[in-house]
Design a protein around this ligand. Structure first.
Ligand SMILES: Nc1ncnc2c1ncn2[C@@H]1O[C@H](COP(=O)(O)OP(=O)(O)OP(=O)(O)O)[C@@H](O)[C@H]1O
Length: 262
């Protein structure tokens, strides 16, 4: 479990995120939704130790990060538990897909890459359905293929906490489902804490064990999608009128109300 105690984060001298106080259970998918520019990426980067806390404390097992100066040693030991897939996966480097995936084990690599590591990388690529691309230059891939390759790299880290920032933004429907099914399977099997930012509210409702609704830098609601998603929550968060229907499992399906003559 990771504990966020009254977290605040500043960027460019401005308070972007404040008052986030919650616990993220292991073995569960915590999906983060919210409008553009409200602090979702900022929160993920702070969890990864990439942005300092202005207030509050993060705790994971025996490790913690607090506001104020953090030593390089504390940061290194904190990050060892994390795998972070940033939003921007544009890779301007000359590496093959297989090499990018192998780099997921960078902390444990010597100059010689052993067969076990290569086999593991090929297994991860095959799980992502892109093992046929292993020898291709990473820069030559489509946006969606690159997203799958970088996701395979994240899986190689075998983290305790997995942070995925819009991991399906470039993927077609089939690959969105394939990636999120894999995320769910691995999260449950390995007891990872998985936090994933999604803009597709219906996908978020389908996959979240816990939905975190962020707007204006604060958490407006959290809980299982079935218990928290209402037309009023979506209207207050996004300023859009919606109908909330239910699928056959009782999960919310969010349908915007579009004026007929608009
Ligand atoms: N270096 C910076 N200096 C000042 N403000 C910044 C900086 N980086 C980001 N911001 C601001 O912080 C706010 C939150 O940005 P963030 O990227 O966390 O939003 P987000 O919720 O992830 O957005 P999106 O859904 O568009 O990806 C935005 O208003 C952004 O303009």
């Amino acid at each position: 479990m990771i504990r966020l105690e009254n977290i605040a984060i500043e960027r460019g001298g401005q308070r972007i995120v404040s008052g986030i106080d919650t616990s993220l259970e292991a073995g569960k998918i915590h999906a983060v939704i919210g409008p553009n520019g409200t602090g979702k990426t900022t929160l993920l980067r702070a969890l990864f130790g990439d942005l300092p806390l202005a207030e509050g404390r993060l705790t994971l097992g025996g490790n913690s990060l607090s506001a104020g100066r953090t030593s390089a040693r504390t940061l290194k030991s904190w990050r060892e538990s994390f795998a972070y897939m940033p939003q921007d996966t544009a890779a301007d480097i000359a590496l093959t897909v297989l090499e990018v995936v192998v780099l997921g084990r960078l902390g444990r690599l010597s100059l010689h890459i052993d067969d076990e590591t290569l086999d593991m990388a090929m297994t991860r690529l095959s799980q992502a359905g892109i093992d046929h691309l292993a020898g291709r230059d990473i820069a030559s891939l489509s946006g969606g293929q690159r997203q799958m390759a970088l996701f395979s790299q994240v899986l190689m880290r075998a983290p305790k906490v997995m942070l995925l920032d819009e991991p399906v933004s470039a993927l077609d429907l089939k690959h969105q489902i394939a990636l999120l099914d894999l995320v769910r399977r691995e999260t449950r099997a390995n007891g990872w804490v998985t936090m994933v930012v999604l803009h597709d509210l219906n996908l978020a409702c389908q996959y979240a064990d816990n939905l975190l609704v962020i707007a204006e830098g604060t958490m407006k609601a959290s809980g299982h999608p079935q218990s928290i998603v209402t037309p009023s929550l979506i209207a207050h968060t996004y300023g859009v009128d919606v109908e909330v229907l239910r699928d056959r499992r009782g999960q919310p399906v969010i349908q915007p109300l579009v004026a007929e003559n608009a």
